[in-house]
Design a protein around this ligand. Structure first.
Ligand SMILES: Nc1ncnc2c1ncn2[C@@H]1O[C@H](COP(=O)(O)OP(=O)(O)OP(=O)(O)O)[C@@H](O)[C@H]1O
Ligand SMILES: [Mg+2]
Length: 394
C-alpha cells in the first residue's frame, strides 16, 4: 500500500509564535484596543496610554496584543507616523526592569553596553533615543507578574509614570501590561496601582463552540483539505474546554493528533488520533482504575472502546454502546446486565474520568445521552481491558 502523504499543509501555523490575521471571538477586544490607542494615530505627541489585559491561561492575551500591534503599526506606517510595537516577555528577562529596558534599548542600539547604568538611567536613555528618532513606542510587558514579583513598587511606578516627569516634552511610551490575574498587582502600593488600573481588558475563558471556531480556522491553514473531520475538531475543542477553555491546549492537541495520523500513515486525523495525543499528554486513565472496575463495568467499557476503535467517530449514543456491550457479553458467554445497571456503570466510568457523558439537545427523538472517550485512546483501552478480562474470565 502506498503511504499517504502528510496531513499537514503548513505545520508552522500551529506554532505558538504564529499570529493569525483573524482572531475569532476577540473582535470586540481588538476594536477596544484600537480605540484606546486611537490617539496615537492622530496626536501621538500629546498623550500616552496604559492598558492591562488579563485572562486565564490560553485565553489569547499574547496573541491579541500581537495582532493589535501588527495592525496598529500597519496603520501608522500608512499615515507616516513613527510608531513601533515592542513585545517583551518579562519572564524571559527574569522580571528584571534593568534587563527588560536594556533589551528595549538594544533594539535601537544593538550592542548597547550592559554595564554602567541603573534601570532608571536606562529608561532615560530610552526616552532620549525616542526623542532623537522622533519615535513612539507601544511597549507590551507580557507576563507582567514576574516584573511585579521581582521589583518593588517604586520600579513599577517609575515605568508607569515616565511621562509625568517630562512635562512639555512629547509623549513617547505607551504600555500594555499582560497578566493572568489582577490579584498580583495588589501587592503594589495604591498610587502605582491607580496609574495602572484605569483601562482593563479582561478575556473570558473560551466556550466550546468558540474553541471549535478557533480550531476550524487553524485547520484551514495548517492541514490539507478534508484531512480533519468535524468530529475531530469537536472532540479537540471539548478537551480544550475542559482544560479551562485553553486555546493553546487545543491547538497543541491538534498538532499532536496530526503527528499520530502521519505516523500511522492514515491520511486522516481521526478522533482516535486526538485521543492518543491526549493520552500522551496525560496518562489520566490509570491502570489501577481499570483494574478496580467490576467485571461488567469492564465489559461495558470494552464495548465502548471497540465501538470507537471501529467507527472513527468521537461520540456514541447509549444504544450504540449497549449494542457493543451485548456483543462482548456474547463473546464471554454471559448474560448482559440490564439497561438500568448500565446507566450506573456509565456513572462510575464517568466519575473516574474515563468516559464523558453529555445530554444532547432536544432532537426529534427527545433528549439522549452521548458518550465520548475524551482522553484515552480506544486502542490502548481495548488492549488493557482485554488483558484484564482474560485474567478474570469466569
Ligand atoms: N481568538 C483566537 N483566535 C485564534 N487563535 C487564538 C485565539 N485565542 C488564542 N489563540 C491561540 O491560542 C494559543 C494561546 O493563546 P495565547 O498565547 O495568546 O494565550 P495567553 O492568554 O497569552 O496564555 P498565557 O497566559 O499562558 O500566556 C496561541 O497559539 C494563540 O494563537
Ligand atoms: Mg501569553
Amino acid at each position: 500500500m502506498a503511504p499517504y502523504p502528510s496531513v499537514f499543509k503548513d505545520e508552522t501555523k500551529l506554532d505558538i509564535s504564529y499570529v493569525p490575521y483573524k482572531l475569532p471571538h476577540r473582535d470586540r477586544e481588538l476594536r477596544l484596543l484600537m480605540e484606546f490607542f486611537g490617539f496615537l494615530l492622530r496626536v501621538p505627541d500629546k498623550m500616552t496610554q496604559r492598558i492591562i489585559i488579563t485572562g486565564d491561561v490560553g485565553t489569547g492575551k499574547t496573541v491579541l496584543s500581537q495582532r493589535f500591534g501588527a495592525n496598529v503599526i500597519r496603520e501608522a506606517n500608512r499615515q507616516g507616523i513613527n510608531l513601533r510595537y515592542i513585545h517583551v516577555n518579562c519572564r524571559e528577562y527574569r522580571g528584571s526592569l534593568f534587563l527588560i529596558v536594556h533589551h528595549v534599548v538594544s533594539i535601537f542600539h544593538p550592542n548597547f553596553p550592559r554595564r554602567g547604568y541603573s534601570a532608571e538611567e536606562l529608561l532615560n536613555i530610552l526616552l532620549q533615543i525616542l526623542d532623537d528618532q522622533k519615535t513612539h513606542i507601544i511597549l507590551t510587558l507580557d507576563e507582567f507578574e514576574s516584573l511585579v514579583e521581582r521589583e518593588n513598587s517604586e520600579a513599577v511606578y517609575k515605568l508607569t509614570r515616565l511621562q509625568e516627569i517630562r512635562l512639555n516634552k512629547p509623549q513617547r511610551i505607551s504600555l500594555i501590561c499582560i497578566l493572568r490575574n489582577l490579584k498580583v498587582i495588589e501587592k503594589l502600593d495604591a498610587s502605582t496601582r491607580s496609574t495602572l488600573q484605569s483601562n482593563i481588558i479582561h478575556l473570558k475563558r473560551y466556550l466550546k463552540q468558540q474553541l471549535v471556531d478557533i480550531l476550524n480556522n487553524r485547520v484551514l491553514v495548517a492541514f490539507k483539505h478534508l484531512t480533519v473531520p468535524e468530529d475531530t475538531v469537536s472532540l479537540t475543542a471539548e478537551l480544550a474546554f475542559s482544560e479551562n477553555g485553553n486555546a493553546r491546549f487545543g491547538i497543541e492537541l491538534l498538532w499532536r493528533a496530526g503527528k499520530y495520523a502521519d505516523a500511522e500513515n492514515s491520511g486522516m486525523v481521526t478522533p482516535e488520533c486526538v485521543r492518543k495525543a491526549a493520552s500522551s499528554i496525560y496518562a489520566v486513565t490509570r491502570k489501577s482504575d481499570l483494574a478496580s472496575l467490576r467485571i461488567h463495568e469492564k465489559m461495558f467499557l470494552l464495548g465502548i472502546a471497540r465501538f470507537f476503535e471501529q467507527c472513527e467517530k468521537a461520540y456514541a449514543s447509549l444504544t450504540e454502546t449497549e449494542q457493543a456491550y451485548a456483543v462482548v457479553c456474547e463473546e464471554f458467554d454471559v448474560q448482559p446486565h440490564s439497561h438500568t445497571q448500565l446507566w450506573k456503570y456509565l456513572r462510575t466510568l464517568s466519575a473516574l474520568g474515563i468516559v464523558k457523558t453529555e445530554v444532547s439537545g432536544t432532537g426529534s427523538r427527545g433528549r439522549s445521552t452521548i458518550i465520548s472517550l475524551p482522553r484515552v485512546s480506544a486502542y490502548e483501552l481495548e488492549k488493557e481491558l482485554s488483558l484484564l478480562l482474560q485474567k478474570e474470565k469466569p
